[in-house]
Design a protein around this ligand. Sequence first.
Ligand code: ADP
Ligand code: 5GP
Length: 202
Amino acid sequence: MSVSFQSVCKRPGKFMTGKLIVFTAPSGTGKSTIAKAILADIPTLKFSVSATTREKRDGEEHGREYFFLTREAFEAEIARHGFIEYSKHFDNYYGTLKSEAEKVLNAGHHLLLDLDVDGALNVKKYYGKHSLLLFIKPPSLEVLKERLMKRKTESPDKVLMRLARADYELSLADQFDASVVNDDLQSAISEVKQIVQNFLNS
Ligand code: ADP
Ligand code: 5GP
C-alpha cells in the first residue's frame, strides 16, 4: 500500500495524574459513535481534540471534532514540538496537541484519544501502564465498506483508501490491550464501557 507513515512521540512532562484511553479502529467501524456514548456515561473522561489537515466534513466543527489546520500551520506546530504524537496518512496529518492533553489531565480528568494504530502504539510505548489501548473491530470488511458508504462522508476512491488501510490496522490489533467487535452497537457500547471502567478503577 502506498501510504507513508511518520510518527513521533514526545515523553510526557509533569501531567501524569490521569490515565489515557486510546480507541483505535479502521475508519468507519463506529469508533466515534461508541466514543460519544462512553463520554456521556463517564464524566471524568474527556475527549482529546486532535489537529488535522484533512477537510472538515458536514456537521463537524473546528475545536469539537478536530482543530482543522492548514498544512503550513500543522508543520509549524511540529517544528515547535507542539504534539505528543502525530502521523500522516490518507495524505493528511493527524496529531495530538500537547496543549489539549495537558488541559484535560491538569484538570484532573482522564483522557480519551481517538488515534490510528501508529499513534496508539506510540502512546503505549511512552505512557505504559497509564494507558489502555482498545481496538474496535468491524464484524467484517464487507460490513465496514457498507458503513463507510452509508456515512457518505468520503468519495468512492477515499472509501477504497480507507479499506486498504483497514487490513494494515487489523493486522496490528493483537498488540492492543483489549478488542471489541462492533456488531450490535448497544452490546459493543456496554462491553467497551465495562473495559474502560475496570481500567479507570484499577
Ligand atoms: P468511525 O468513527 O470509526 O470512523 P463512525 O462512528 O462515524 O465510525 O460510524 C460509521 C458509520 O457506521 C456511521 O454512519 C454510524 O452511524 C454507523 N454505525 C456505527 N456503529 C454501528 C453498528 N454497530 N451497526 C450499524 N451501523 C453502525
Ligand atoms: P478521520 O479522517 O476518519 O476522522 O480519521 C482518520 C484516522 O486518523 C482515524 O484512524 C483516527 O483514529 C486517526 N486520528 C485522529 N486523530 C489522530 C491523532 O491525533 N493522531 C493519530 N496518530 N491519529 C489520529
